[in-house]
Design a protein. Structure first.
Length: 125
């Protein structure tokens, strides 16, 4: 399912009533921006994917539309500065396997959230 980055449209809107949302990483069958993320950023995404995962109420598995080799379900959220960034469960796969580069505004929010959550272990990567 493709949703433009930083759009206020989300896959399961009933899960976000009252929240200011921004979609990130809902690629569909194309990668809008490519680049390489640091291992630190990939670790941060993996952490939030594991700790902030939200099931999509049995909407079914989603298969990567780019390679068809990986599937997942649900989404995870990274909240910062009154914005809930909503990412697909396959986000880390998209970054590692397909070189997806999330928008700079989101990466800044991810870094700030990580620093807030881990003030003694913050790594500037």
């Amino acid at each position: 399912m493709e949703i433009p980055d930083l759009s206020s449209r989300v896959y399961a809107p009933e899960m976000h009533i009252g929240a200011v949302v921004r979609a990130v990483g809902w690629l569909g069958n194309q990668v809008p921006r490519q680049g390489q993320l640091s291992l630190v950023v990939l670790d941060q995404l993996q952490h939030y994917s594991s700790t902030s995962h939200h099931d999509d109420y049995d909407m079914g598995d989603h298969c990567c539309e780019l390679c068809g080799l990986v599937s997942g379900h649900g989404e995870f959220w990274i909240e910062w500065n009154a914005i809930r960034y909503v990412l697909p469960s396959l986000m880390v796969h998209y970054c590692e396997a397909h070189g997806y580069l999330p928008p700079d505004d989101f990466l800044a929010a991810l870094t700030a959230r990580w620093a807030s959550d881990n003030p003694l272990n913050f790594n500037h990567g």
